[in-house]
Design a protein around this ligand. Structure first.
Ligand code: ADP
Ligand code: MG
Length: 487
């Protein structure tokens, strides 16, 4: 059961109503036997009405129900007046109470409407009562003026007061909500701690972060030398806590700011600036190497032809092989260094994966690796050649990390605006201290590796508005997740 509903405005009023009427009527006679029978009817009627209102209360809006209650009260009090001495009855004073209640519950307009209705009904009542009695007309008029004025004034006064009260509470409520909203939606954590160590207010959720901040502010209040601004590292996130001692050092205030993302961005921009510079330098260098290298290779081919039977053939072949490798490195490097804007075509993700697999099929076959695919249908905008080589680089690494006969899984899926491809191998994994470096150009753990594969892959993805993430466990395998915006 919802107790708040039980005590909501109208329900409380509906329940209170018959009880109040019963109380007033029963206490108006000193001996219970003297209570006139009509009073019992009025009590009964008030209980029946209360039951009806309770049943109806959810059918109508709150205001309507309240008006119904107050309006039915007018004739009920009329009956009470009639049976308690008519013109001599003191019960008209109950109307004053009714007007005040209507002002409380229905505010200004309610008080005006109810008091006006009461005045009209009261005039009508006096008219009827006076008819079958022998009071002088003047006496009746006199009563009407006195009570009528009383009702009207009560109505106007209580109406005005309730309007003012309502405005005040609305203002306070608005202020409270605004302040609360602001604090709740603030990107920073706020905490105030008393000198007894009790948290007065905080929007930092329960947990290790709040605990650390709480402890520090206690320390701040005790130790006058404590720094008012410190850096915290909690659960791999970075925070700055700025503090102040307020109210004569009786309260400590802390504002906590998470700057993990800023730190990441700074780090990224530092790396990408370095990489760009390196790429530009290296790019021109690689270009310069390529031409003489081509001549060297051409010359070596000529020498090989001429010295077919010589004992140096073996060395010549070796030189040719090495120059091929050098050429590959230079090509890789140029790929990496070229910041050409990509040609954007609508490509299905399966098409890109197919092309990449063709590129590396010899490696897959030579290690007898099983490719397990789970494709989903989505499209990206991009350059097929570049994306293909990006995927091929990652698949290549996966093959190299895997043992013979192992499985490589390629799973693709998408949400509303991004497509994902996960490439998972069950190979040797990456050491956690190395994982930060794998995208660095020239970082390699392989004999004869260039360390450019992932740097190129990341470059390509970034130039497509995408990104790459990695998860790895030593001995268990590695998963690269490629994220690309959907076409
Ligand atoms: P390379 O393959 O020439 O070494 P990459 O940039 O492609 O250069 O990769 C850099 C390094 O990242 C690799 O030397 C390897 O240590 C690590 N690496 C990349 N992919 C994987 C993988 N799937 N499993 C284990 N290590 C990997
Ligand atoms: Mg590689």
């Amino acid at each position: 059961m919802d107790y708040s509903e039980l005590f909501s405005k109208r329900t409380g009023l509906i329940i209170l109503h018959p009880l109040l009427i019963t109380f007033v009527l029963l206490t108006s006679y000193p001996i219970i036997y003297d209570i006139p029978t009509p009073f019992w009817y009025i009590i009964l009627a008030s209980f029946i009405l209360a039951t009806i209102f309770l049943l109806l209360r959810n059918r109508f809006i709150e205001k309507t129900v309240l008006y119904m209650i107050f309006l039915t009260d007018i004739p009920i009090i009329g009956f009470m007046i009639h049976y308690s001495g008519s013109l001599e009855s003191m019960f008209p004073l109950l109307y004053v109470l009714l007007i005040i209640l209507s002002a409380l519950y229905l505010s200004k307009k309610g008080a005006y409407v109810i008091s006006l209705c009461i005045v009209i009904f009261f005039a009508f009542l006096l008219f009827i009562e006076a008819r079958d009695s022998n009071y002088s007309t003047q006496m009746v008029m006199y009563r009407f003026y006195i009570f009528g004025l009383l009702f009207l004034f009560t109505g106007i006064l209580s109406g005005a007061l309730s309007a003012r009260y309502q405005k005040g509470t609305e203002e306070v409520e608005r202020l409270r909500i605004t302040t609360e909203e602001i604090i709740k939606n603030l990107p920073s954590g706020i905490i105030t701690v008393s000198d007894k160590g009790i948290i007065i207010y905080t929007n930092i959720p329960e947990g290790p972060i709040r605990h650390r901040v709480h402890l520090y502010i206690i320390k701040l209040l005790k130790d006058p030398n404590a720094q008012i601004s410190i850096k915290l590292e909690i659960a791999k996130r970075y925070y700055v806590l700025s503090c102040a001692r307020i109210y004569d050092s009786k309260v400590g205030l802390g504002i906590l700011q998470d700057y993990t993302e800023i730190r990441k961005l700074e780090e990224q921009s530092r790396i990408s600036k370095q990489t760009k510079l390196l790429a530009e330098l290296g790019g021109s260098l690689a270009h310069e190497i390529r031409n003489p290298l081509a001549s060297i290779r051409g010359l070596l081919e000529l020498i090989r032809e001429a010295r077919k039977n010589s004992s140096t053939l073996h060395f010549i072949n070796m030189a040719l092989k090495e120059s091929t490798r050098l050429n590959e490195i230079v090509t890789d490097f140029l790929n990496f260094a070229q910041f050409v804007p990509v040609k954007k075509n609508r490509l299905s993700i399966s098409e890109i994966i197919n092309e990449a697999l063709i590129d590396i099929i010899h490696r897959v076959d030579s290690k007898n690796i099983k490719i397990v695919r789970q494709d989903s249908v989505f499209y990206v905008l991009g350059d097929l050649n570049k994306l293909k080589s990006c995927f091929a680089n990652i698949l290549n690494n996966a093959c190299e990390a895997s043992q013979k006969g192992q499985v490589i899984k390629i799973v693709s899926y998408s949400n509303n605006n991004e497509g994902f491809v996960e490439i998972r191998d069950y190979g040797k994994g990456i050491l956690s201290r190395e994982i930060k470096k794998i995208y660095d150009p020239f970082f390699t753990t392989k004999k004869g590796g260039t360390g450019l594969g992932l740097a190129i892959a990341r470059n390509i993805l970034e130039s497509h508005g995408g990104r790459i993430e990695v998860k790895s466990k030593i001995g268990k395998g590695t998963t690269f997740k490629i994220v690309l915006p959907l076409a």
